[in-house]
Design a protein around this ligand. Sequence first.
Ligand SMILES: *Cc1c(COP(=O)(O)O)cnc(C)c1O
Length: 385
Amino acid sequence: MTSTSARVVVDLAAIRDNVRSLVSHARTAQVMAVVKADAYGHGLVPAARAAVQGGATWLGTAQVHEALELRRAGLGGRILTWLYTPDAPLDAVLEADVDVSVAAPWALAAVRAAARRTGRTARVHLKVDTGLGRNGLTPAQLPELLGSVLAAEAEGTVDVVGVWSHFAFADEPTHPTVLAQATVFREMVALVESQGVALEVRHLANSAATLTNADVHFDLVRPGLAVYGLSPVPQLGGPEAFGLRPAMTVDAGLATVKPIGAGHGVSYAHAYTTTEDTVLGVVPMGYADGVPRHASGGSGQPGGPVLVGGRRLTVAGRVCMDQFVLDLGPGAREVAGDRVELFGTGADGGPTAEDWARAAGTISYEIVTRMAPRIPRTYLHEEEA
Ligand SMILES: *Cc1c(COP(=O)(O)O)cnc(C)c1O
């Protein structure tokens, strides 16, 4: 079948299998599949369902609306949401039985108020900043807040079920900050527990720490990228080294194929020039679809890689808003509608999201999350075989 339309194809069996693999890496710890950012571009609800089928007992979203959407879609189990501002719909969060992070003193007050309004007890995870320098209560802030935490527990508005934190250098497992953050984390957990708070879960590990550092698994691990089959530590090994396989494949049909002469400039600013009589192919995907403009090719700079007709080629010239061009080579046999794969599992000899990340000077996280909502998602293996 040929089509000119771009597609994002998501293999839900890969997500199920990746989570199974993460469950075995996590050993005694539970697995929270992080499905923020529309499940890293894979589609929030289908990806979350597949993750649960694979054995994830928790789901995590940064934004509150995604947690609520999971509940509306009928997903049960524990859900944690963690990044919000004072205007967040916390009443709805509590009514949906979604666990909520408290990362700042104002947030504790807001959660208590929402609990009073709704008559619910908020299940709270205290987010502590053990060194990342981003969201979370610092070691200086936590002791000051504990009085209010205990008062909220006593009045029944808040149940502190978790203490959690996030690494700065999880992708460099031997970096000294990893050990230092784990030590601060243990101290902050001990401080909370010394006040008589009974925690269900202590959690610190993202994908990289889940796969490379069993000492920091605690009760629950929070992999995101690995759920989707990408390696969080490409310098240490590809997905297969960790029992993972990429779930997302992106392809499009050729819109135009035409012969062109030697010495012809290609695309805006003629950043690429043909060196011989050749054939150009136009791919109807551009930076508005999430193809990075930084992966343009020309003047000795190889562009983003593709697989077409069994050969690996790279983007010729500038990536435009809606399209980019390939130099298909002299005598190329492609016709309009033939498929061009931008990235996939790599098993067919085609490029991966990691290859695009290298071509664009970024990380694979950014490649998959930036695939635009205007590209339709197609799901494979929705039912377990
Ligand atoms: C995104 C995120 C994760 C998952 O990170 P990966 O590197 O994709 O595994 C875990 N915890 C927090 C707080 C996050 O923001």
